[in-house]
Ligand binder design. Structure first.
Ligand code: MG
Length: 344
């Protein structure tokens, strides 16, 4: 069993600004797991918000000895336990390794991941397309460029949120979702959400800082729109506390540590009556396609990280003419490096 990795800096088509940061490139660590002549692919896109970096991912990966830890690569429960024990603070690195081994298993069985989970790929939803913070005119221009996508996710928490929505509403009447990325205060959130409810907005993601869950409860009681937790929803263990503060959650592989924990979050959220979406960091088609495998179980998808970059080295999930996710029918995650024209 061999684990290998290399850095790939993904270049963004446009500067990607949210309420707390702005980036032109995003470092990722691409991981492969090889065994018995088959190679599986995984990816880590570490987030500073969660205390990770490409260096922390690489040093976490260097601590692993899968050959010693795993009697059999199919034993994903053992892999999960080993990863949690060995690199607990590195969910992106854990997600990458579990993704690569999961891809390996699917390839070795000759079946796509959605099929191994018993899912109907026809139930995959449309993905929203993210418009990052910029001037109202520039954001309206990005919306024009995003003609192919049926639903937009607008990043707010900048200096002129209402100006942005007004400029966007002059160029499109598509459904909009809004993500404040913890950028509002309590009173501001209630005020802005009240206004957004009249602008064709479906729901609002993470209005307040994750540390202000009491405030989010207060906002939720007064909110004219459903609220979705992102920064507040790391793993399944976080979810019971969110009932009464949020209506839904945004799962991300890089926060929760992998596909199996994402699946646990799905079932936990359903049991708690929370709606479900799955989102992403800026990622290549490897991690986006892995996340897409779960989407037949979810209400919404925001899997556009690969669409925002100019140098995606892989192909995997695609979109149909309506913006719906088309899950690959090839074995495993269904991803392959672009240098190869045939799936590996
Ligand atoms: Mg978010």
């Amino acid at each position: 069993m061999n684990l290998a990795w290399h850095r790939v800096d993904l270049s963004l088509r446009h500067l990607f600004r949210i309420s707390r940061s702005a980036v032109a490139t995003t470092p990722t660590v691409q991981v492969t797991f090889s065994h018995d002549g088959i190679t599986g692919h995984g990816e880590a896109s570490p987030s500073k918000r969660y205390g990770q970096s490409p260096e922390s991912v690489e040093s976490a990966l260097a601590k692993l000895d899968l050959a010693a830890a795993l009697a059999d690569p199919y034993r994903l429960e053992d892999l999960d336990a080993y990863l949690i024990e060995t690199i607990p603070a590195e969910p992106a690195a854990r997600a990458a390794v579990e993704m690569a081994v999961t891809d390996w298993i699917g390839r070795s069985l000759g079946q796509p991941q959605w099929r191994l989970w018993g899912l109907d790929p026809g139930r995959a939803p449309v993905t929203s397309f993210t418009i990052a913070i910029d001037s109202p005119d520039a954001m309206a221009e990005r919306v024009r460029e995003a003609d192919a996508y049926a639903v937009l996710k607008i990043k707010l928490g900048g200096p002129d949120d209402r100006g942005v929505i007004e400029a966007i509403r002059r160029v499109t009447d598509k459904p909009i979702r809004v993500d404040a990325n913890e950028g509002w205060s309590r009173e501001q959130a209630v005020r802005e959400i009240e206004w957004l409810a009249g602008q064709g907005v479906e729901f609002v993601e993470q209005p307040l800082p994750a540390g202000d869950l009491d405030g989010t409860r207060w906002v939720h009681e007064r909110s004219a729109l459903p609220l979705y937790a992102d920064e507040n929803a790391g793993t399944s263990a976080d979810l019971p506390a969110l009932v009464g503060a949020f209506d839904g959650i945004n799962i991300k592989l890089m926060k929760c540590g992998g596909l199996r924990e994402a699946l646990r979050m799905t079932h936990t959220a359903r049991a708690l009556g929370l709606k479900l979406m799955i989102g992403c960091m800026i990622e290549s088609s490897v991690a986006i396609t892995a996340a897409a495998q779960l989407t037949p179980l979810l209400d919404h998808a925001d899997l556009d990280g690969n669409l925002l970059v100019t140098n995606d080295p892989y192909r995997g999930v695609t979109l149909d003419a309506t913006g719906r996710l088309v899950l690959p029918t090839t074995p495993g995650l269904g991803v392959y490096p672009l240098a190869h024209h045939q799936p590996l």
